[in-house]
Write a protein that binds this ligand. Sequence first.
Ligand SMILES: [Zn+2]
Length: 94
Amino acid sequence: MTINVVTEDEANKKVCCRDAVGVLCSASSCMAWRWQPLQTDEPNFLAAIQSYMAKEKCSHQKACAYVHANRKEFNLRSEPYQGFCGLAGSCKVA
Ligand SMILES: [Zn+2]
């Protein structure tokens, strides 16, 4: 089963998984809402690592650790912003 991860605004436009009569999901206010942890394979995150490596002439590992610890400095989100409505605990593709 595949579950599409969406932002809260997108979830507000979708029918809630708990409701069969068409009530829209209230995202993080919904009892079935699950936050998606921040991903480290986002293009913006990878680009920040590349630019930090070029600027500081450091290893990928060091740049990765620095960017991850200083996300705001790189205009990266520091809080989860996507999730999904569902009672299944995982969004992994089976
Ligand atoms: Zn819901």
